[in-house]
Design a protein around this ligand. Structure first.
Ligand code: T5A
Length: 208
């Protein structure tokens, strides 16, 4: 019997989260674990429908408060329909973004970190990952990676200005300082295989 674990990957746009999530899943499956790959916003039927509402349309489609509530609602559905059932059967769940993205992206303007945590308590009972791996990458490298994949295209939130994304990066760095047991900053520079090895090292104490 394996013991289910919930791991989230966080970071700015283009840091390599999706790439690393796939590589981590492969590495964990090679150890005989059942692995569920999921993402936010999304990861369940209802949350994927909310994802489309959140990431498309004009910059002012949603007020900051409505946006935060939509993320929290999507997360509540994701936790209830996808994450908890998988953990209950002993699977490892890897999520491309989770609560800390809301804290970094929605919790530093009209709403505070305490507001986002309150929404999470209401929506998902305050449920937290066993470990969060923050892919730390310089602004220039992340922009180059995102550009190589998307050109100049970006979604409703990714398209916000440079100062917004710098504040997001600072928030993630602060979370790593404040919660070192759960939230680990991992150097995301260099070849993908090297980054995967660093991430696996960050999970070492949780592995069966
Ligand atoms: N959001 C999300 C909130 O505001 N609040 C929330 O609560 C949540 C959950 C989601 C958006 O929603 C916001 C944040 C986001 O703006 P998304 O479409 O899910 O958007 O996209 P992102 O999560 O932003 O991630 P991206 O898809 O932009 O980038 P990734 O997944 O970090 O990067 P990835 O793996 O696609 O890699 C980017 C490119 O770099 C290459 C890849 O091949 C790819 O081309 N690459 C590397 N190149 C060189 N060396 C390496 N080591 C590389 N690793 C990857």
């Amino acid at each position: 019997m394996t013991h289910g674990r919930f791991i989230s990957l966080e970071g700015g746009e283009g840091a390599g989260k999706s790439t690393q999530l796939r590589a981590l899943a492969t590495a964990l499956r090679a150890r005989g674990l059942e692995v569920v790959e999921t993402r936010e916003p999304g990861g369940s039927e209802g949350a994927e429908a909310i994802r489309a509402l959140l990431l498309t349309g004009g910059a002012d489609r949603w007020s900051p408060r409505a946006e935060a509530l939509l993320f929290a609602a999507a997360r509540a559905d994701h936790v209830e329909k996808t994450i908890r059932p998988a953990l209950d059967r002993g699977a490892w769940v890897l999520s491309d973004r989770f609560l800390d993205s809301s804290r970094a992206y929605q919790g530093m303007g009209d709403l505070t970190d305490a507001d986002i945590l309150a929404l999470h308590r209401i929506g998902s009972g305050g449920f937290l990952p066993d470990r969060t791996l923050f892919l730390a990458l310089s602004e220039a490298e992340a922009a180059a990676r995102a550009r190589s994949r998307d050109g100049d295209a970006s979604d409703r939130i990714g398209g916000r200005d440079r100062s917004f994304h710098l504040a997001v990066a600072r928030a993630f760095t602060r979370f790593a300082e404040e919660e070192p047991a759960r939230f680990l900053a991992i150097d995301a520079s260099g070849d993908a295989e090297v980054v995967t090895a660093r991430l696996l090292h960050g999970l070492q104490d949780l592995l069966p």
